[in-house]
Design a protein around this ligand. Structure first.
Ligand code: CO
Length: 208
């Protein structure tokens, strides 16, 4: 991408917005009230707002390699805390995608330097679901399933946080696990049964 072009694009976007609503930026600058926290992959092809049709102000977004929610990641924990306890979002979405380079890398025996500790979280997901994954015949099937299971485990990591547990008890908050299929462009709801998942983990992880 040409940097000069980016500024031209920005100017065109500003003019387009002002063309339909002269107060667009005045209103936008008054504050945000998003209903959705979106946690997705940094992959340049899985653009959070565009795939959801979300406008500025509608989605609070965090993206990192392989849509991870690590309790040692100060950024992720701060994003969840702010979105749940201050912005009071009603939905938390963890959205993975087939063809995820981070998940692929975690399936390979390779020293990737600084990426090792990050990707090890995905290897841990593999180990947790080793039995199921090893029953699958092809590497491609394992790869796709690991993308889904990684989304599920990151949803579980979201539920492990105190902010989400408090919100779960006191108001409407739903956690969603999705996968974006790049070959079709479609979002797939994994329909994770959170009541069941919660029962299984709350004995260990409940904080209050
Ligand atoms: Co990815």
């Amino acid at each position: 991408m040409n940097i000069d072009q980016i500024f031209k694009n920005n100017e065109a976007w500003v003019n387009e917005k002002l063309g339909t609503d002269p107060d667009y930026f005045k209103n936008l600058s008054e504050g945000q009230n998003p209903d959705v926290l979106y946690i997705g992959c940094s992959d340049s092809r899985v653009t959070a707002e565009e795939i959801m049709g979300a406008k500025p102000g509608e989605a609070f977004v965090m993206r990192n390699i392989a849509n991870m929610v690590s309790n040692l990641d100060l950024s992720a924990m701060s994003v969840v805390n702010y979105a749940v306890s201050h912005l009071k979002v009603s939905h938390i979405i963890v959205c993975g995608h087939y063809g995820c380079g981070g998940v692929k890398a975690a399936m390979q025996s390779q020293d990737l330097g600084i990426l090792n500790p990050w990707l090890r979280n995905i290897r841990d997901v593999y180990r947790l679901h080793n039995q199921e994954l090893n029953q699958l015949k092809t590497e491609e099937e394992k790869y796709r399933r690991l993308v889904e299971l990684n989304v599920q485990e990151q949803c579980v990591n979201v539920i492990k946080t105190a902010d989400v547990q408090i919100a779960y008890r006191n108001r409407n908050l739903t956690v969603h696990g999705w996968v974006m299929d790049m070959e079709t462009g479609k979002l797939i709801d994994l329909k994770i049964d959170f009541d069941k998942v919660l029962k299984g983990i709350m004995e260990i992880y409940h904080l209050d």
